[in-house]
Ligand binder design. Sequence first.
Ligand code: TXA
Ligand code: MG
Length: 355
Amino acid sequence: MTTKIINIDLAHLENSENDIKYAAEVIRSGGLVAFPTETVYGLGGDGTNPHAARAIYAAKGRPSDNPLIIHIADPHDAEAYTYTSDVYYKLAERFMPGPLTVVLKAKDSVPMETRGGLSTVAVRCPSHPVANRLIALSGRPIAAPSANLSGSPSPTAASHVIDDMQGRIDVIINGGDCEIGLESTIVKLEDDGALTLLRPGRITVDELACIAPVAIADAVTDRLAEGAVALSPGMKYRHYAPESPLVLLDGEVESVIDYINAEKLHNAAIICYTEQESIIKVAIPTAHIFVLGASDDISEQAKKLFAILREADKHNFSKIYAPLPSREGVGLALYNRMIRAAAHTVINLRQDNNG
Ligand code: TXA
Ligand code: MG
């Protein structure tokens, strides 16, 4: 299959109307289009077409019991596909369009293929202008997982999508780098109006708690127990995993340096904060260094993480060391992605903490 690549200049979106119309027509006729959102790139197909859902699973190499999010152009469009409630509209008013996905009871209009056989379906109204226009012009809810091959980090730039999807899908829309860089926050809206956080993202637990009580699913921070049923099917799969083992180090930069030097590895990589770069370069001159961003700038770190993991994958490092993020605020999203990429391998280098 030849993949058509459409480049869009966001500053002059009106010039791309015909290109987006073309992509919308591809969606309507059952084809697949990768498109930018404010979180990560999505791999879109018609959410009402079971064949499109199957094609998405095939293009990603993804198990078909892992349900897709349907993307809508307006929060009210959820009525056609789900049973909404007051709490849904309170969430919508506060956070939509934006990086929030809400899991609701599904109507029969959503094919089982799209929702991975579940009785619920996840809906999201993205704020990215290209995503929004594509959905509106297609006149369909767009089912879209992240546009990566299953098991690799979500794409935050069109080049990542091209690496993974060229030749496998009809269209890739290049709208530049994604602003947030981590996937949307996912909450399940329970029957009693409470929320369960299934995946942390830019919208934090504290922000959600202003709308309704929030419980955090165990799998957000902990390894899923053997035989446990995942609330969100995606949580049971190993995710975002670089080819080289990733190890998270919890400690001050001095103890991190001592630890890495004692391991005496050739060809290791270190992911560090901006202010640690020069000291690590001097102390461990053989290591390949990736700078995640300033230690207090979680937005910058979130934006860069997946690109760094992808870049690291090209080098065949013996090991990749990275700092353990805090779980505060948006930090929880970074923590969740990194702990899973590291398959929960954390080394505690803090003397004050024996637990
Ligand atoms: O930011 C995002 O959410 C991006 C962009 C493209 O919108 N999409 C995305 O989709 O990250 P995906 O498929 O890579 O991740 C969606 C996650 C999966 O782990 C899936 O298991 C879970 O959402 N999910 C989808 N429908 C669900 C449902 N009905 N109940 C529970 N979890 C669900
Ligand atoms: Mg994904």
